[in-house]
Design a protein around this ligand. Structure first.
Ligand code: URA
Length: 339
């Protein structure tokens, strides 16, 4: 080939290569940013990311307890994405999901549960008062959900039927399957997540991906099987790119969750992460402010803990979650799984 033509063809090919490289680094960057946003959300810092300027005061309030609990600080946030050591008191089943560490031994729940039972009875709170509204409306008394009437004779199949082939919100456009919920319809314990991810969307079942496997391990560490509990989400269709469910999507879909909870009538509701806890408690406070505390929710005891997806990114937080799960076990009279 004529050297001038070759040089020009090489230049064009370089430009194409550069464009491809740029595109793939853009995608990587975008993925990293999305990861960070979800991570911030797990820490209750969603408002900070969504609307920085007017929320200055909230951010400081939300960040302080997080730092004081040693979960994440401004100096360790970057390394938090890298799996770190798991505290020794986390049961083997939960610890196993994190690489590179021998599982720890379960703590003596028999000893701790008696005192927790006493503490539990005394410690049920009303939902935390919210700061200025950011994600969801601040709690009014009684909360919106307390005020909703129970539907006489309601059943899970009827709720599923009412959802139908739902097009009530924009999430329907990207879904493969509606992820209604799964488990024991008479469960004493219900776990509530945020919304389906990729694997859940394909299978039509909540918590079946990596975070789901960890949730199953958590359930088993509590001495239960997955089929003993009920698992549901705030929204039933997968948000695109696993983004957080938006306010309108939550307000459209969450009444179905309320009906599910009313029908199941669990003793304990365990909210996984900010989205479900803020939705059910009608608060905008960061989860780190109220996780591990008991609340009353339409006659059930409600406790919030960190989302398993957050634990995958931050294994040291497993010890906090295990403490929360032990409180649940004390209320339900459960013994940890024998190793
Ligand atoms: N995360 C959730 O909150 N729910 C699921 O079903 C899966 C992952």
């Amino acid at each position: 080939m004529d050297p001038a033509k070759r040089a020009s063809a090489d230049a064009r090919s370089d430009v194409r290569d550069d464009a491809r490289r740029d595109a793939s680094s853009d995608t990587r960057l975008e993925d990293q940013v999305k990861d960070w946003l979800r991570y911030g959300e797990d820490l209750g810092l969603g408002p900070y990311y969504r609307d920085r300027a007017p929320l200055h005061a909230n951010v400081e309030a939300a960040a302080a307890p997080v730092e004081s609990q040693g979960i994440v600080t401004s100096s360790n946030t970057r390394s938090a994405a890298t799996p770190a050591a798991i505290p020794a008191n986390v049961p083997a089943a939960m610890a196993a999901a994190a690489p590179g560490r021998a599982p720890g031994s379960p703590i003596n729940v028999a000893t701790s549960s008696a005192s927790q039972k006493v503490a539990t009875a005394a410690a049920i709170k009303t939902p935390p008062a919210a700061p200025a509204s950011t994600i969801l409306p601040a709690a009014a008394a009684p909360s919106l959900f307390e005020a909703i009437d129970r539907i006489a004779g309601d059943t899970l199949p009827r709720i599923r039927e009412d959802i139908g082939d739902c097009t009530r919100c924009k999430l329907h456009k990207g879904r493969t399957n509606i992820v209604f919920g799964v488990g024991n319809p008479k469960a004493e314990l219900v776990f509530v997540g945020e919304g389906p991810g990729h694997d859940e969307d394909l299978k039509g079942e909540p918590f079946v991906g990596r975070a789901g496997k960890l949730l199953t391990q958590m359930i088993e560490a509590m001495g239960l099987r997955r089929e003993d509990v009920y698992i549901a989400n705030v929204v039933k269709c997968r948000p695109p790119e696993n983004r957080l469910p938006e306010k309108d999507e939550i307000s459209t879909c969450s009444p179905f969750l309320m009906r599910q909870l009313d029908v199941i009538k669990p003793k304990v509701i365990c909210c996984l992460g900010s989205c479900s806890s803020q939705t059910l408690l009608q608060t905008t406070q960061g989860i780190s402010k109220f996780r591990g505390e008991w609340f009353d929710f339409r006659g059930a005891k409600l406790i919030a803990t960190y989302h398993p997806a957050y634990l995958l990114r931050n294994p040291p937080a497993k010890s906090e979650v295990w403490k929360d799960l032990q409180k649940v076990m004390a209320v339900l009279g459960l013994q940890p799984k024998k190793r």
